[in-house]
Design a protein around this ligand. Structure first.
Ligand SMILES: [Zn+2]
Length: 346
């Protein structure tokens, strides 16, 4: 567990009062990925690194969050960015990426039960073509391959697959290579090549479809108070595309979602969301496509709505399998940062 040094200093050095006044007006945007299920479900084969927590942990975290922060909606944030609204003290926005089926079956019931607005970012190619994203297909192939030694070519070299840990490590390493390589366009052909080297047939569309949220479910979630945002069309590495192609990705996704949901889709989360994955052309494209704001995934916890670039709003990914931290509660008593269970873990 990494010590939150600033929070520690704030509590113990008497500067808490000053920092409290600074943090008071700031927004925290949390980003969840998958909400986990049991080993017997199809999505247990998915990429482990994007497993945020179980449904039970999600409920605990959101209840704790509700106690220490005021959870706001995307419309509140947009109004604050427009200068029409002052957000409540210690505001938080709760977001989910990638529209996996568990967002409907596991996150949505918890959010509805506690009347919390969730903002769900959807890649529309996955939604309409009923395909799970490439990193999940990669992990499925590696988890399903027979034990043995394989040549995975340029992306993986010679690897030996045996226990679960070795497979997760190989999947992570190949996935990192795909993300870091200047692969222009789609990563799917690379994953198909890896699957062929492992002598694995990738799941049929009918089975992949089980892992992806459906359009009807999105409509139901919206009707129950959830908000839907874009996550591009093809979950592209945006800055590897030409500016016009970036714009097309963002426009196409917005058009599909608005046609489905019959409301303006006001926000987008840049796929992958790191500084190496989007650029000024992406920010320009988000504005040109008509979004009111855009989110990154740069792991920063606090956003000042009066100063932030509305097309580059920081989000903080909830660390995989985050637990409830005793020190977080300690900080809550001091009213300083009040972000229990959200300390970054190494
Ligand atoms: Zn994503």
């Amino acid at each position: 567990m990494k010590r939150d040094f600033i929070g520690y200093l704030a509590v113990h050095s008497g500067v808490a009062k000053v920092l409290r006044s600074i943090w008071h007006d700031q927004l925290t945007v949390l980003a969840y990925h998958r909400i986990g299920g049991t080993a017997s479900t199809f999505d247990a084969l998915f990429d482990d690194s994007l497993y945020s927590c179980t449904q039970q942990a999600l409920e605990q975290q959101l209840l704790m969050l509700k106690r220490v922060r005021t959870i706001v909606t995307l419309n509140d944030v947009c109004d604050a960015l427009d200068g029409k609204l002052k957000l409540p003290p210690r505001a938080a926005l709760v977001t989910f990426d990638d529209a996996t089926q568990d967002h409907y079956t596991r996150a949505f019931p918890v959010l509805r039960r506690h009347q919390i607005n969730g903002l769900f970012f959807v890649s529309t190619r996955s939604l309409t073509e009923r395909t799970v994203e490439w990193w999940n297909l990669l992990t499925i192939a590696i988890k399903r391959a027979a034990a043995g030694t394989y040549d995975l070519g340029e992306l993986g070299g010679i690897v030996t697959l045996h226990d679960a840990a070795s497979r997760v490590a190989v999947a992570r390493s190949v996935s990192d290579k795909i993300k870091s390589q200047s692969v222009r366009g789609d990563a799917l052909p690379l994953v198909q090549d890896i699957a062929a080297r492992l002598a694995i047939a990738l799941p049929a569309i009918e089975q992949q479809s089980d892992g992806v949220i459906t359009p009807v479910q999105l409509i139901e979630m919206q009707s129950a108070g959830m908000t839907i945002g874009s996550h591009s069309h093809s979950h592209a590495f945006l800055n590897r595309l030409r500016p016009q192609e970036q714009l097309q990705e963002l426009q196409q996704s917005k058009a599909i979602l608005e046609n489905l949901l019959q409301v303006p889709v006001r926000s987008i989360a840049y796929p992958y969301g790191q500084a190496t994955d989007y650029d000024q052309h992406s920010r320009d494209a988000a504005k040109l496509a008509g979004y009111d704001c855009a989110f990154n995934l740069l792991k920063r916890r606090l956003v000042d709505p009066s100063k932030v670039d509305r097309y580059d709003i920081d989000r903080f990914p909830v660390p995989a399998q985050a637990g409830l931290s005793v020190r977080g509660v300690h900080l809550r008593h001091h009213g300083v940062i009040a972000l229990p269970e959200l300390e970054a873990t190494d």
